[in-house]
Design a protein around this ligand. Sequence first.
Ligand SMILES: Nc1ncnc2c1ncn2[C@@H]1O[C@H](COP(=O)(O)OP(=O)(O)O)[C@@H](O)[C@H]1O
Ligand SMILES: [Mg+2]
Length: 227
Amino acid sequence: MLEVRNVVKEFQAGEGRITPVNGVSFTLPQGTFGAILGRSGSGKSTLLSILGGLDKATSGDVVVDGVNISTLPEGRLTEYRRTGIGFVFQQYNLVPNLTARENVMLPMEFAGLAREARSSRAEQLLNEVELTPDLHDRKANRLSGGQQQRVSIARALANRPRLILADEPTGNLDEETGERIIDLLGSLCRREGTTILVVTHDQALAARTDVRLRLEKGVITREQPAG
Ligand SMILES: Nc1ncnc2c1ncn2[C@@H]1O[C@H](COP(=O)(O)OP(=O)(O)O)[C@@H](O)[C@H]1O
Ligand SMILES: [Mg+2]
């Protein structure tokens, strides 16, 4: 379960200040597939980073399965980032000179899995995101944007996190591949009870989620289910 309580994020911008997140509250029960919608610059990536413990809120609380991550000491926060959540970055953030497979193996190394097990799980995950086997051992900086995006999704799933946060996960995929990534995320929610929150402009993706939240002028409104 993800509980967001009155989260505010303020940035100093020259003389003034901007507040892209200005009192955001919502709750996602475990196993919910949620989407955050909103125009470019509306604070979606900023909010997602805070939920993932990658950035600190100016005020407010983020509570994941009863643990308030806003007040965790740095060591425990790192632990949470490594094992509790899978984060799909808008710009992928792969290690450029490691191969696709090595990138997916990395989080499992932090989790203490043996090398053989890491390698075979990485392979399985890369197949699930439909990266063809000939690309598994290619360096990340030699992969296209869409290929890197799929590696970054596989990496996020590596440690079977209870919460997946994904920033535009289908943004660089063709329609057909995007559709299958959406199927994969949807089935994780239903089969494994993973909570997934995606930032997206993709109507096909948004239409498949259980809950749609729109971020505008720093606040969230819940969209009514379509039709
Ligand atoms: N580290 C930062 N310092 C100052 N301003 C920032 C920083 N990060 C984001 N912003 C600003 O916050 C606003 C929201 O950005 P962002 O969360 O990236 O929006 P979105 O993901 O919805 O496009 C933008 O005006 C952006 O310029
Ligand atoms: Mg963004």
